[in-house]
Write a protein that binds this ligand. Sequence first.
Ligand SMILES: C=C(OP(=O)(O)O)C(=O)O
Ligand SMILES: [Mg+2]
Length: 570
Amino acid sequence: MKGIGASPGIAIGKVLVKKDPEIKIEKKSIENVDAEIKRLEEARKVSKEQINKLYEHTLKNIGEKEAKIFEAHSMILDDPEFFGQVEQKIKSEEVNAEFALNEVTNNFVQIFESMDNEYMKERAADIKDVSSRVIKQLLGIETTDLSRLEEEVIIIAEDLTPSDTAQMDKEKVLGFVTEIGGKTAHSAIMARTLEIPAVVGVEGITTSVKNGDILIFDGEEGNVIVNPEEKVIEEYKNKKEEYEKFRERLAELKGAKSETKDGFEVELVANIGTPKDVDGVIRNDGEGVGLYRTEFLYMDRDDLPTEDEQFEAYKEVAERLEGKPVVIRTLDIGGDKDLPYLELPEEMNPFLGYRAIRLCLDRTDIFKTQLRALLRASAYGNIKIMFPMISSIEELRQAKAILEEVKEELRSENVKFNEEIEVGMMIEIPAAAIMSDVFAKEVDFFSIGTNDLLQYTTAVDRGNRQISYLYNQFHPALLRLVKQVIDNGHKAGIWVGMCGEVAGDPKLIPILIGMGLDEFSMSPISILKARWIINNLSREEMKEMAEKVINLPTAEEVKKFIEENIKIEF
Ligand SMILES: C=C(OP(=O)(O)O)C(=O)O
Ligand SMILES: [Mg+2]
């Protein structure tokens, strides 16, 4: 089977299908009401222990914010109103506990879901989650608990939610394969951060394998082989060994310069989502952070993060990077990244809607709080501020004006910050790329966001599997825009980086070197390989290659040209 390679590495092992079993709840009349209530109490107690363990595991391995979800679950389990109603039903109707619990759950869920409020709808999901945990306990149904695995496995699932990936026991999970998702899906980004091999977008995988089957997959190529012959297993074992040797060789590049054979030096930096991801940046010798996606600070919680909470997170990253550059992007919410508690209106075209800088310029309370936190943290390291989704000069000027207001506020309060802080913008909307000569005069740097720039340039939804064949990073239209942005930036004397997935694409890195890109920002796990590639290139030769490539008519031809003409021996 074939999917999209989402996180490099080869996995060989036993399958564990993460499927939630079908739950059938029958109504039964019972004679001993007290015994039934006791049975419910018992199931609640075990569920409580499970949730506490999940909380501890998440707190220790992921973070406080991610653990909060289990705190909420625990509170539901302790809710006297909710469980009081369940007991009442068992008593008055003399019915079994699972039936009573299910009925009460349905009532609550219906009420919450009918409210025109995203936040309450989310709470309905929490209640369902907790209730189904207790019901499974009552029925003796086992579910796959990804944080407590008995043996090493490859996880197969329809999709993995952030809390699934958060719970995973990295020691036992050899990798995962999902039906849903593309290279930029949350689960894919998470896999790369955890450095676990993964393939996404494999249609039909959950029904074609069963627990205990042997599976092989290649997280780079996206190949998945079910129950392979001994010969194939041997072949992949060798491949895996080679890959591991390759990673060891790459490890020797720690501390080396990121420069071409003819001395063109670039910066190889990392994309991160949380302060915890800095571990991976340091482990992989990142030369800084080129994109800190601050959305995650705002997600999976019930209210906005305070200025101090944000300050602590930004400061931690800046300090741990010890003076290396840290580009922090202001809130890029909306599109596929929802914040239920903001109660954003439903939109026909969320990717073209009220989001990112548009939302921030409207909700200046949210924006200013973040800018205050960013500026305060800038006193502790080399922070640069970056605005997402800029489509017009007016937006950029407005954002900068608000930043100036906040600076003035801090000055009047005698709060220290870096007066020289660099301010840049993402180039991820075609209008910004086309106008980059104008924008370049008003910012300190550009960072090209190819994930969105490709989506908007080709009008192809980056997450839609049905048309994913059209979402092609080799599209010459994208490459022409990239070249134009780099040239315009350089003409105005500013540096140009890239933080979309293209920056870490082994086939396109040589072309970007040819175009003169200054900074490459990617998943930490891709950094050393990128350094290897760059160390083996000649800038002069790549200049010519880039020239040729942007004059080819199709993505297919671009890819073929690169494969045939740029050979890098690993
Ligand atoms: C880096 C980008 O931002 P995000 O993936 O967070 O939209 C991009 O659009 O390329
Ligand atoms: Mg983007």
